[in-house]
Design a protein around this ligand. Structure first.
Ligand SMILES: C[S@@+](CC[C@H](N)C(=O)[O-])C[C@H]1O[C@@H](n2cnc3c(N)ncnc32)[C@H](O)[C@@H]1O
Length: 358
């Protein structure tokens, strides 16, 4: 089944909107800032297809685990996790591992990429003179990390990937939707969805207060999300301060909501659950959806880029249970747990699925 296309697909059309003089990037442009890329390149709807590789599985009832295999685990944990467990003589609780992850991940988003690279290079050159193998290894590891981060996040924009996300989110049959973002972290994708389908409300949920206060709290005011202007029917950038956003610090398992959201979204959540817990995680995406609503999920996809990223960035990222999977595996989890898959494919480094409860 195809996701129905609505007039608000005008969001994908370039041109038409007046230039926004007060802001650094105009529609159709991209520019590199010190921490991230501003990207208002607005391909036409047909061209958005280049930003999602859709997969041709038509009948999920025919897909079998023996054919698609199972996800692989990322097991090279950050030393911070090991040290915590040695100190406490216990396995790190899941919530603590998220708290450590979020502080670490955030410290990367706020780095000035080129400056961090220059500083790491200076330290690397200086360390060579020390002739101490441990010091040399540690500064070269840092140099490798800042170089990869700068390339992966800032230059090639593989984490936020706005054009891929817009390609995944396009064509939903919703008007002024209420959006629920489970495990929202900095809330990026809820803001992108809001920009494309404005006028409703996005409720972000994360049980780590650091996410509300810093990952979302410090999210740049001047980041433009390319979206839709209901007044003119053409494209326009949206800024976070213009959106109707709420941020709840709460455990998803304790949310007070009923089946009241038009879209329930998660980005990088499902892969943190071993198979015995995946049905519960998938149920979270159903239980708050109104009839006819959409569940949208992404997970990092199995491939050399993600393997390299979680290898080089292990110290920064690997505090939690994590799997890398293919979109076929992800789709089968959803299908087996009662969802119909409307769109499935991959964007830069994530699998993406739009689904509805059967
Ligand atoms: C991997 S992150 C999501 C990826 C995100 N896009 C990012 O950039 O980090 C998952 C988020 O879910 C939150 N989370 C995990 N389990 C949760 C639960 N039971 N209730 C609320 N939040 C939860 C974590 O605190 C974390 O911020």
């Amino acid at each position: 089944m195809e996701v129905p296309s609505k007039p608000r697909d005008a969001v994908a059309e370039a041109g038409g909107a007046p230039p926004i003089d007060a802001h650094p990037v105009r529609i159709g442009e991209t520019r590199l800032g010190p921490q991230f890329r501003y990207d208002l390149r607005a391909p036409r709807l047909e061209e958005l297809d280049r930003f999602i590789v859709e997969r041709p599985i038509r009948d999920w009832s025919l897909v079998r685990w023996k054919d698609v295999g199972k996800p692989i685990r990322v097991e090279n944990y950050a030393s911070g996790k090991r040290l915590w467990e040695e100190k406490h003589g216990d396995t790190m609780p899941v919530k603590t591992s998220w708290e450590m992850f979020n502080r670490s991940f955030h410290s990367w988003f706020v780095k000035d990429g080129p400056e961090a690279q220059r500083a790491a290079m200076r330290r690397a050159l200086k360390s060579l003179a020390s002739l101490r193998a441990d010091e040399i290894a540690s500064v070269f590891q840092e140099l490798q990390q800042v170089t990869l981060w700068n390339l992966a996040h800032r230059v090639t924009d593989t984490i936020w990937d706005p054009r891929g996300k817009r390609a995944l989110f396009r064509g939903l049959d919703v008007k002024r939707p209420r959006i629920l973002f489970l495990g929202a972290a900095e809330g990026y994708e809820a803001m992108q969805l809001y920009a494309m389908y404005p006028g409703g409300e996005a409720v972000m949920v994360d049980y780590d207060a650091f996410c509300r206060d810093h990952r979302f709290g410090d999210f740049p005011e001047d980041y433009p999300f390319l979206g839709y202007d209901p007044a003119t029917g053409s494209a326009r950038p949206w800024y976070r301060s213009e959106m109707n956003l709420a941020y709840l610090v709460e455990d998803i398992r304790k949310l007070p909501f009923g089946r009241e959201f038009d879209i329930v979204l998660s980005v990088g959540l499902l892969e943190h659950f071993p198979d015995e817990y995946k049905p519960e995680c998938i149920e979270w995406h159903r239980k708050f959806l109104r009839p006819g609503g959409y569940a949208i999920l992404t997970t990092p996809r199995l491939g050399w880029r993600t393997k390299l990223f979680y290898h080089v960035m292990a110290e920064a990222m690997n505090y939690t249970y994590r799997e890398l999977m293919t979109v076929d595996q992800m789709g089968l989890y959803l299908y087996e747990n009662g969802f119909n898959i409307l769109r499935h494919g991959w964007i830069k480094t994530h699998n993406g699925i739009v689904a509805q409860p059967r």
